[in-house]
Write a protein that binds this ligand. Structure first.
Ligand code: LLP
Length: 431
């Protein structure tokens, strides 16, 4: 149930490299990415649009995992980039990412963020609220510049996912609601603006979604709105950005549909609606994050202490947890894993994998089938490539783990492990 091989020693391999070698060379916890898989995921999105003969842009949502090396790979793959903060934009600039291929999101973009976006001539800003319209107008005036924008709209759809990662519902902090006239009011402020080029609409209904139905309803609702704007104001959009959110497999219970299928369905719907309403076919933009990096990354840990509660459960503790993977604690997210140095041993019992943070909720996996495990064994947890490193934190003052990229049978350290000096670097003495 994972894309990685087990070698003749019975060890898990990523991209042709033995993970036990990586664990001993770079230490644990360690995030390891198979760069070939990242590239394959990028190419499958682009290729599908090409096969369908549609003008499209695929932007990697860098919130899923941003580092200079990662963005260099995305640049090589010719994708665009979605950033949501000054920090993500700064990382993109450090990676020498072409700024005209970057678009910026955010429900509370600061003056500094918008200024950085304007000064660096990024490709597009996705406007989220009325405050931002006024702030952007005044900053463009001050800098005597122009900006392409999309309007983020909230269609009022509940996607079938965890409540915390649902974004298209009526009661959402994001975007202009479609059903109460906010979107049209914003449109009127932006349409025929002297400094703002209003390119079209954006909509992201949520994350880790497994069905196309809500995407298709969103497209329909967007077109209903566009039809009104066409009839009332003679406006037709150049771009329709349908966001990200394509689900991946974390455990065998997850059955994601192939991205090709999502894209085909979305393109078909956009084609049909535009034909029906006499709106020229817009360029379609997507912004997948998880689908590009999720399955390409694993995390390696070292197993430490064990606790047996007769008749209840066996705990095995690892040297990481909610500091390097917050998702189980935050969303009750489920993961699978193997003992990397015993990957071909048949399981003999189920254990519960506990993180090392001082908190009972710091449990990475509740029921993991394992062979006999010993102190010092290496646990590999699969599908940690998205929202793992990017949501890592310093709880209990644990330093952030390192990241290694593997490609063509060679590995490269791309993010150094933090030291205790890094952890305390901003602390100042009081006495
Ligand atoms: N576009 C927008 C506007 C978004 O808000 C997001 C994710 C994406 C694209 C990318 O979504 P993806 O393709 O990665 O699902 N921390 C959560 C996920 C939060 C996603 C927030 N926005 C998690 O670990 O599941």
């Amino acid at each position: 149930n994972h894309p990685f091989k087990v070698n003749e020693l019975g060890h898990l391999e990523v991209g042709g490299i033995d993970t036990t070698y990586l664990a001993s060379k770079y230490g644990t916890p360690l995030y390891v990415y198979d760069v070939e898989l990242i590239r394959k995921n990028c190419r499958s999105f682009v290729q599908t649009f090409n096969n369908l003969n549609v003008n499209a842009k695929v932007a990697y949502a860098s919130k899923a995992f941003s580092s200079i090396a990662m963005l260099q790979v995305i640049k090589q793959e010719n994708l665009c980039l979605d950033v949501v903060s000054e920090g993500e934009l700064y990382t993109a600039i450090q990676a020498d990412f072409p700024t005209e291929k970057i678009h910026m999101h955010g429900n509370n973009k600061s003056e500094e963020e918008l200024t950085m976006a304007i000064e660096n001539n990024i490709g597009c800003i996705v406007i989220d609220n009325f405050n931002e319209i006024h702030l952007l107008e005044s900053l463009l005036e001050k800098h005597e510049k122009q900006m392409d924008v999309l309007l983020r709209v909230t269609p009022g759809i509940e996607s079938k996912t965890h409540q915390y990662i649902m974004t298209g519902n009526e009661d959402s902090k994001f975007g202009f609601n479609l059903n109460n006239g906010q979107a049209e009011k914003a449109f009127c402020l932006l349409h025929e603006h002297s400094r703002i080029q209003f390119k079209g609409l954006h909509c992201h209904i949520g994350s880790q979604i497994f069905e196309t139905d809500r995407f298709l309803i969103a497209v329909e609702l967007l077109f209903q709105e566009l039809n009104t704007w066409k009839e009332k104001h003679g406006y037709t959009p150049e771009v329709l950005n349908l966001g990200g959110g394509f689900g991946i497999r974390y455990t065998e219970k997850d059955n994601p549909i192939p991205y090709e299928f999502y894209i085909e369905e979305l393109v078909k719907a956009v084609r049909n609606h535009s034909r029906k309403m006499g709106i020229p076919m817009p360029e379609i933009w997507l912004e997948p994050g998880r689908a590009i990096v999720g399955n390409a990354g694993i995390t390696l840990y070292t197993i430490g202490s064990q606790k047996h509660i007769p008749g209840t459960r066996d705990y095995i503790s690892i040297n990481g947890g909610m500091t390097d993977n917050l998702r189980p604690a935050l969303y009750q997210a489920k993961y699978e894993g193997v003992i990397a140095n015993k990957a071909s041993h048949p399981p003999v019992r189920d254990v519960s994998v506990a993180g090392k943070c001082c908190e009972s909720g710091d449990m990475l996996i509740w029921d993991l089938p394992v062979p006999e495990v010993n102190n010092g064994d290496v646990l590999a947890v699969f599908s940690t490539g998205a929202y793992g490193y990017s949501m890592a934190n310093h709880y209990n003052r644990l330093p952030k783990a390192a990241v290694v990229f593997v490609e063509n049978g060679t590995e490269k350290l791309v993010v150094r492990r933090e030291s205790y000096m890094d952890v305390t670097k901003n602390d100042l003495h009081y006495v």
